[in-house]
Design a protein around this ligand. Structure first.
Ligand code: HEM
Length: 440
């Protein structure tokens, strides 16, 4: 498509080189570039090949959806790869396609519905812990609480009854360092590696004992076969399990962390969510996937939380072959960065973008505005597999707990952003729970 005699058509951009990575300087720099050059920018790099920053909804859609086969995962995934081996999030091509087809049934609605009981169980456990905090007139480190909640849920969803007998027995949970906010660097990678042997033991024991009575994701993964009838090897399975644990807990935990913080500072939103929860989930027996499916306000509130604080705030692709958008070329090898965080806060697409307003996601609004420039779960064939799981989990969690607890912020100060692989709050969010007394 691009011959050596035809000059490349590049988007506008700065002359000085800049290296894009998951850190605060990158966010500041991308925002400055957007202000100066618009929503399609070419950024020189020290190696001479410009990288693109694309913040235009149509171009994002073309790359992630319509022309997805021309792109593989981009450079930002190198660090993730150290953690996840060749699991589904980082793999490409046939390896990815095979894994996606094998894993898909575990994330069908029918399968996820079987995990509702685990979601209720983990939520109920938080309620018991928080009641003690209320009785002692204490505060909650909600950031930590959400990490622990989401980690427990994903581990129970994967390991079922093995969670009690093999994972946390002897009083310890070998995965708990993941929810410890202090360790976020290479030490985590080393620790995760050391878990491989432990996971292998759990998997071997399960293979020997056969399927267990309770539904869990491990059984689904163990029973999955490709088109040649082959299952995952032990090595592949361990990569996929680590991927699932990491992908499945930190994103939901981060979203719930922001959601609680927003609820604590928006009493109108709290009232609406409470009213809906009291109507649809009045007691534990009423918590079914059908009832949760009707929680439209809670859905909107979570969608708005994900607009403002998308956990995957920056991600990338790399062109495997030449491609072009209407007005510029994308030569093979080009690295392209997208930022849901920036797109979701771009005024031309989202009026008054800094304002928290769940009504933006009212069903009729969605209908009126058509497809929105909104992609916290990515788009296209590589879209998140856990989207339905995470909405069910978060709606049950908020609907159940908000009926029991009202939260007050300990500090009016914004906790700040920690722009790592996932977007988290820089400081932990501390809330003071009390018994929920709002009349519906
Ligand atoms: C609020 C919650 C979540 C958010 C915002 C989120 C976001 C994302 C994003 C942006 C991607 C794609 C990255 C890319 O295209 O490069 C992704 C992929 C994925 N997510 Fe999630 N995720 C969430 C929860 C979960 C949960 C709970 C699970 C599992 C239980 C999960 C499993 C996966 C998997 C397996 C992939 C890889 C899909 C593929 O490459 O084919 N996610 N997620």
């Amino acid at each position: 498509m691009t011959s050596s005699s035809t000059p490349l058509r590049l988007p506008p951009g700065p002359e000085e080189a800049f290296r894009i990575d998951v850190n605060p300087e990158t966010l500041d720099c991308l925002l400055t570039l957007q202000r100066r050059y618009g929503n399609r920018v070419a950024i020189p790099t020290p190696n001479g090949r410009p990288v693109y920053f694309i913040n235009d909804p149509d171009a994002v859609r073309q790359i992630l959806v319509r022309s997805h086969a021309r792109y593989g995962k981009g450079p930002g995934f190198v660090r993730v790869k150290m953690l996840l081996g060749n699991g589904i999030i980082v793999s490409d091509g046939d390896v990815w396609r095979r894994a996606r087809t094998m894993i898909q049934p575990a994330f069908s609605r029918q399968s996820v519905h079987k995990l509702v009981a685990q979601m209720v169980r983990c939520t109920r456990r938080r309620a018991a812990l928080w009641s003690d905090v209320v009785a002692a007139n204490g505060t909650l480190n909600i950031t930590r609480e959400m990490n622990e909640f989401a980690l427990e849920l994903i581990l129970r969803s994967i390991f079922g009854t093995d969670y009690e007998t093999r994972i946390v027995h002897d009083g310890g949970n070998p995965f708990s360092f993941l929810s410890d906010n202090a360790t976020r660097d290479l030490r985590v990678v080393i620790k995760v590696r050391s878990l491989r042997n432990f996971l292998l033991e759990v998997v071997t024991a399960r293979r020997q004992s056969g399927n267990q009575d309770e539904f869990d994701l491990l059984s689904m993964y163990l029973g999955a076969t490709d088109k040649n009838g082959q299952g995952f090897t032990d090595e592949e399975l361990i990569d996929e399990l680590i991927t699932l644990i990491v992908a499945g807990y930190e994103t939901s935990a981060g979203t719930l962390n922001w959601a609680w913080s927003l609820l604590a500072s928006h009493p109108d939103a709290e009232m609406k969510l409470l009213k809906e929860a009291r109507t649809l989930l009045p007691d534990e027996a009423s918590i079914t996937f059908e009832a949760v499916g009707k929680m439209t306000y809670t859905q909107q509130l979570i969608e708005e939380t994900l607009r403002l604080y998308p956990p995957v705030w920056l991600f990338s692709r790399q062109a495997l072959q030449d491609d072009a958008l209407a007005e510029f070329d994308i030569p093979a090898g080009t690295e392209i960065f997208f930022s849901p965080y920036i797109l979701h806060r771009t005024e031309e697409y989202w009026p008054d973008p800094e304002r928290f307003d769940p009504s933006r996601f009212e069903p009729e609004e969605k209908h009126r505005t058509g497809e929105r420039p909104y992609f916290p779960f990515s788009l296209g064939p590589r879209r998140c597999m856990g989207e339905y799981f995470s909405f069910l989990e978060m709606k049950i969690h908020l609907g159940y707990l908000l009926q029991r607890f009202h939260m007050e912020r300990e500090s009016a100060e914004f906790p700040g952003l920690d722009l790592g692989i996932n977007l988290r709050s820089r400081n932990d969010i501390i809330l003071r729970p009390s018994v929920q007394q709002f009349a519906a």
